[in-house]
Design a protein around this ligand. Structure first.
Ligand code: COA
Length: 376
């Protein structure tokens, strides 16, 4: 039975009025606070776009530097959190430990302040989450892997410190720049499931930590942020089968089985190129030399993209090139989606603040197809 007012998955339904971002598919532009995200990736930095999202103004170099210092000053987490990470089950995934860490952070706020929905209070808490999310993501992962903690180095910039904590040693300029580009590409994207989740939770006047923790659960799913990890596992599977010469048959087998190919397709751009993927694909051949299998992986990347376009008319989304870029700068696969969440935190907190500034509770209805008139 079909219902004219019912859109499965809320496909095309308008959920909010926002001045944060918009996917203008007519001109293939991701508009962020009035700017084209692709230009922001090319010409600015993660810190500048995070500032833009939170304060609705592209900062000067001095404002960006002060903002970055403010974040770095509060980048470390309470000592008890490191102890808590050591107690986490060794089977825990990076997204689950990140979600737990963000919930734990909420416990350090006094209840009245935690539940304060004013812009000022939300902004302060937002900065704390933005500053500490990388420390939580990396160090909870390290504890699970039995690796020593690497506390943030406050003398470094945001992206440099992030990759430093991941690697445990000073990163190269190429690694820092590549991570910064990935973080900027992931920073905000209109109304994906995790952003909607934040707005739904915020609309009950719940706190920002709970809203971001809920977004972590949403982003974990392979139809959303988890696609980057799944795409990388696919590249490595093709390598194990024999490399580029096996890529086409591998994908054809999957398509014949009606499997979804991770890193392709998108609810909004379904038959168009995701502009982020279009930009980032060009970095892959430039960075392929960083790993011994980089050239083969770059070839597999192109073969799979060509087969998907030919067979399904589908194009890569951002997760497809980003998976390979992470790999080329040596980021462990279990951290791919947690890093995505850390980046997206800037966009998510902006949505939380905007929702609280002009709130109406989300409470939709259903079409009931169950029984009626029963009696116990
Ligand atoms: C993103 C995604 C969930 C959007 O899904 P959606 O809007 O609900 O669209 P559907 O899943 O209904 O797909 C529509 C059609 O395209 C096909 N399709 C969509 N994405 C596909 C993919 N990645 N691989 C193979 N086929 C795909 C579906 O099989 C379906 O075909 P059909 O009409 O012949 O059955 C979907 O494209 C997907 O699962 N992609 C892989 C996961 C991913 O990369 N997620 C990150 C998104 S940024």
């Amino acid at each position: 039975m079909s219902y004219p007012n019912y859109k499965p998955g809320l496909d095309g339904v308008i959920a909010s009025i926002t001045s944060i971002s918009y996917l203008d598919t007519d001109i293939e532009q991701i508009v962020v606070r009035g700017y084209d995200l692709i230009e922001l990736i090319q010409k600015t930095s993660y810190i500048k776009v995070a500032y833009l999202l939170i304060y609705n103004k592209l900062p000067s170099d001095a404002e960006a530097a002060a903002f970055e210092r403010k974040l770095m000053e509060q980048a470390d987490i309470p000592e008890d959190m490191y102890k808590m990470f050591s107690l986490m089950p060794k089977t825990m995934s990076g997204m689950d430990s990140l979600r737990t860490g963000i919930s734990f952070l909420a416990g350090y706020e006094k209840d009245e302040y935690l539940m304060d929905t004013s812009v000022e209070s939300n902004e302060e808490k937002a900065l704390k989450i933005l500053a500490q999310a990388p420390t939580i993501a990396v160090n909870s992962y390290r504890a699970i892997q039995g690796q020593p903690f690497v506390k943030p180095d406050k003398s470094l910039g945001y992206s440099e410190n992030f990759i430093y904590m991941i690697k445990g040693s000073k990163p190269s300029e190429v690694e820092t720049d590549t991570l910064d580009k990935i973080l900027t590409a992931y920073i905000e994207h209109e109304m994906p499931n995790s952003t909607f989740t934040v707005r739904v939770v915020a609309s009950t006047l719940s706190d920002i930590y709970g809203a971001i923790a809920s977004a972590v659960a949403s982003l974990k799913g392979p139809l959303h942020g988890g696609a980057n990890e799944a795409a990388m596992k696919m590249f490595l599977e093709v390598m194990e089968l024999g490399g580029p010469s096996k890529a086409e048959s591998y994908i054809m087998d999957k398509l014949n089985r009606k499997d979804k190919i991770m890193g392709f397709g998108h609810r909004v751009y379904m038959k168009k190129y995701d502009p982020r993927a279009y930009l980032l694909k060009d970095y892959i051949p430039k960075l392929a030399h960083l790993k011994p299998d980089g050239k083969d992986l770059a070839e597999i990347y192109t073969i799979i993209a060509n087969v998907m376009e030919r067979e399904k008319g589908l194009f890569p989304n951002a997760d497809y090139p980003i998976a390979l870029l992470y790999y080329l700068i040596d980021v462990p696969i279990d951290l791919y989606t947690p890093i995505f969440l850390c980046s997206r935190t800037a966009g998510l907190v902006a949505h939380h603040i905007e929702q609280h500034a002009n709130n109406r509770l989300f409470r939709p209805r259903v079409i009931y197809e169950g029984a009626r008139g029963l009696h116990p």
